[in-house]
Write a protein that binds this ligand. Structure first.
Ligand SMILES: [Zn+2]
Length: 179
């Protein structure tokens, strides 16, 4: 089965402001989809997982990218900011978000361990979680850089975003709901 067949026929609706996506990212949504499929294969996410790409036009979506993961069904949705992204290289963002999927078992193990070790709402738990998410983000980005520089179409790293600590909780809000 070819990769294209398991993607929805048109996962990115044709309505404003998606038509501006080329101005924002320097590529059409079709090119973005092709790039996404390339990385889903390169990182060996397909065929074990079904992954799809979605553009987010909600201005409340502060991040450039995010990923939602359903372990039971082995499905993942990568979300990309279609309005005001903070990073210039969308390929780097795609690789970064998919790398979170590769790290997910380790991620969940560490979070479960921290939950078991510290009382809820305790400063110790907050500290452990913050430290864990910081190092997780660093590791994910390090791996993303390595793959991007080796296999990327666009190997220019984004420097437009300043990472802030407060984004880590938001980043994992969608993941914590999963058992
Ligand atoms: Zn991340």
């Amino acid at each position: 089965m070819k990769v294209k067949e398991w993607f929805p026929p048109d996962p990115l609706p044709r309505k404003p402001p998606y038509q501006d996506i080329e101005g924002i990212y320097g590529m059409s949504k079709e090119e973005m989809q092709t790039l996404f499929e390339k990385w889903v294969r390169k990182l060996r996410i397909y065929p074990a997982w079904d992954a799809r790409l979605e553009l987010v036009e909600d201005r409340e979506f502060r991040k450039t990218g995010d990923i939602k993961i359903d372990c039971d069904d082995r499905k993942a949705v990568v979300l990309l900011n279609a309005v005001n992204p903070k990073q210039e290289n969308i390929e780097e963002v795609i690789v970064h978000e998919l790398m979170h999927l590769k790290m997910y078992p380790l991620d969940q193990t560490a979070e479960t361990l921290i939950d078991a070790a510290f009382p809820e709402d305790s400063p110790a738990r907050d500290f452990a979680m913050t430290q864990f998410f910081t190092t997780l983000e660093q590791t994910v980005e390090e791996l993303a850089k390595c793959f991007l520089l080796e296999y990327g179409e666009n190997r220019e790293l984004s420097f437009g975003r300043c990472k802030t600590m407060k984004s880590f909780n938001d980043l994992f809000d969608g993941l914590k709901k999963l058992e």
